[in-house]
Design a protein around this ligand. Structure first.
Ligand code: NDP
Length: 618
């Protein structure tokens, strides 16, 4: 399908894209996929599907319940938790406990160990604390195992393994007004106390499955990509899946994960059937080994400078030179549709949107042309072309994904018109009336969104006066700067909510960790028993976030369904601070340099209880 040039209605000059035709095509492709059940189409990998969430990496260890006390509990040992704990340790906090459901640190990089796993954000800006740890990544885009090992190295470097509770899920936090500390309960029978609690429980953590009729009847082998079963497939994250040499394998899902596993499955399985509902965009990857000369030339402070530079470019801020220059920095204007940052205010909103749409069409045309260039079979190439605007779906990058469909043992099955897979039987995956007999089904179907314990209520929090956090947030989150809430003293959250957001979320987490550590540090410095934002400061911040929110509902309503738009049912507008991460980090720095007067201090470790603000307490 091609789109002939039309005329620009504003300037009268010829356009090389036909926006009307493109819009109609995008709408048609969206409508093919919209399902009335929206996000309810998925099943949580729990209960009867709990098998899919079981940890295949670390044997279960029995231990006695804890009934002790720590100064700081950090829930979540991914990068957010590790970075916060590192900064607190550097400040001299000795009594520090990391807790995680996983068997070790690493968060997303602990769970996701599938073949081909890489981070598609450049490693030199993604992997935090490189200079402090004394490490330079081996690849421009690092393999998952290198990143997981880096998380372990951070934990060792800052002595964070000393008091960890792994394989442990927090089940409740309740504020003890008398002693001014949190009572923490867990699924291991622990009942311990913590003066401060920091939650960093991630946003894409709980694996989800499609609610395919008959999914539970399948008798072959099956697992979710975030719990890869190397016992069955053989091999490791580099591939060599020898166990699949005589297997017919089905993979469901072609998101960022699907893009990375499918080339390995295609190479090693006897036969691979890829069940696709919506194709991803697949841009150039161009991964390469780190140049040792470049690594040797790096000057102290290089990583922070590079991270700041990348963040600024992504946020649409002016820079002298873009240091990273990859598929992300080339599409910043398009990312602005759903990610916060600076916009060109010299243009009217209508003109800005028109130019955005043209730029979007150029990028998408290039990506569709890339499919034609690489994929030999015409029908397969057509099915692999993404027909939506660039940020409707999470952008993808790969140099090996599209060529996989030229292999004779690989078949693409397009399930767009059936809303995904129709049903499963004991031995087959069924689409429409066609049954595909397979030995193994691998679900690359992603994760529940925003299932951070505190926000979803899976971790009940009861604060001052017996008030639950969910009740306090009944009409939406209420925080100061996204970190903490009035009535919930000494409790901090790392997340994108009412905070900054960026493609390089590891950088966002580093800034969050440093801010939280600074606030706790200030509390310690004044001998505070408890700190929390004032109600006025919280109100003001909630208003700021709402007033500056960019309305992207119209954009997302036109998108094919996916987790970015609640499967076509809602917009993610207003979740984070819209002026962008650079503006937000500047605001936080200024705030820290002030007297932190927005934070209430309760009591003193050494004398009677009295409320005052941190500024006054100094
Ligand atoms: P996604 O949610 O992005 O993709 C799930 C896939 O499953 C989609 O292709 C979806 O199709 C498909 N699917 C769902 N239900 C059905 C069904 N019933 N029948 C057929 N297909 C179905 O999950 P991923 O694990 O791929 O990625 C999750 C996130 O993890 C990414 O968005 C990214 O944020 C992160 N990630 C990051 C990486 C990195 O390098 N930094 C690498 C990998 C993941 P449809 O689109 O039609 O819903």
């Amino acid at each position: 399908m091609t789109f002939e040039p039309s005329t620009d209605p504003t300037t009268g000059s010829a356009l090389d894209v036909d926006l009307d035709a493109l819009r109609a095509k995008y709408r048609q492709e969206r409508d093919r996929r919209i399902r009335p059940d929206g996000a309810a189409q998925y099943r949580r990998a729990a209960g009867e599907f709990g098998y899919y969430a079981k940890d295949p990496y670390t044997p279960w260890t029995e231990r006695a319940p804890r009934e002790d006390r720590v100064e700081v509990l950090v829930i979540g040992a991914g990068f957010g938790g590790l970075l916060t704990a590192s900064r607190l340790r550097q400040q001299g906090v000795e009594s520090l406990r990391l807790m995680d459901e996983a068997g070790d640190v690493g968060g997303t990089w602990y769970w996701n160990r599938y073949p081909g796993i890489h981070c598609d954000i450049e490693s030199y800006v993604y992997m935090p604390l490189l200079e402090e740890i004394g490490y330079v990544p081996q690849w421009r885009y690092a393999p998952g195992e290198e990143i997981r090992r880096h998380a372990v190295a951070i934990a060792h470097h800052f002595d964070l393994y000393r008091d960890t509770l792994f394989q442990t899920r927090a089940t409740g936090l309740s504020w003890d007004e008398e002693d001014e500390e949190w009572l923490v309960t867990t699924d291991r029978g622990d009942r311990f106390r913590a003066r401060f609690v920091v939650t960093s429980s991630g946003t894409l953590t709980q694996p989800k499955l499609p609610g395919i009729p008959g999914i539970e009847t399948f008798r072959g082998h099956t697992f979710h990509t975030s719990r890869w079963d190397y016992g069955y497939t053989g091999g490791n994250q580099d591939g060599d899946l020898t166990g699949l040499a005589d297997k017919r394998v089905a993979v469901v899902g072609t998101g960022a994960t699907g893009l990375q596993i499918i080339p390995h499955l295609g190479q090693d399985a006897q036969e691979l059937i890829v069940f696709q509902r919506t194709p991803s965009t697949v841009d150039v990857r161009d991964n390469r080994r780190t140049d040792p000369q470049w690594a040797a030339s790096l000057q102290p402070g290089w990583q922070r400078a590079r991270m700041e530079n990348f963040l600024a470019v992504l946020a649409g801020e002016p820079v002298e030179e873009s240091l990273v220059q990859d598929g992300w920095t080339a599409t910043t204007r398009l990312q602005r549709k759903i990610l916060s940052g600076a916009v060109d205010t010299s243009l009217s909103p209508q003109e800005r949107e028109r130019q955005d749409e043209i730029a979007d069409a150029h990028t998408m045309n290039r990506l569709r042309a890339r499919v034609d260039e690489i994929v030999e079979d015409r029908a397969t190439a057509e099915a692999l072309k993404p027909w939506y605007r660039y940020m409707c779906k999470r952008p993808g990058f790969s140099d090996t994904y599209l060529p996989t469909f030229n292999r004779p043992n690989v078949t693409l099955v397009d399930t767009a018109d059936t809303g995904g897979i129709t049903r499963m039987t004991e031995t087959a995956v069924v689409v429409g009336d066609t049954e595909y007999e397979v030995d193994c089904v691998i679900f690359a179907t992603g994760f529940e969104v925003g299932v951070s314990g505190v926000i979803s209520g899976t971790l009940p929090v009861v604060g001052r006066g017996g008030r639950s956090l969910l009740e306090a947030w009944a009409r939406g989150p209420r925080t100061l700067h996204g970190f903490y809430s009035h009535g919930f003293p000494n409790l901090f959250h790392l997340s994108g909510i009412q905070n900054a957001n960026s493609v390089n979320f590891a950088h966002i987490l580093l800034e969050q960790a440093e801010h939280i550590a600074a606030v706790i540090g200030r509390g310690h410095a004044v001998g505070a028993r408890a700190i929390e934002p004032t109600a006025q400061a919280e109100d003001a911040w909630v208003n700021t976030v709402h007033e500056t929110a960019i309305d992207n509902r119209a954009f997302q309503a036109e998108c094919t369904p996916g987790y970015y738009n609640g499967e076509g049912t809602r917009s993610i507008a207003g979740a984070s601070y819209s002026p962008g991460p650079i503006a937000f980090h500047h605001l936080l720095r200024q705030w820290r340099e002030g007297d932190m007067g927005d934070v209430l201090v309760h009591g003193r470790l050494d004398d009677a209880r009295a409320s005052q603000n941190v500024g006054a307490a100094r």
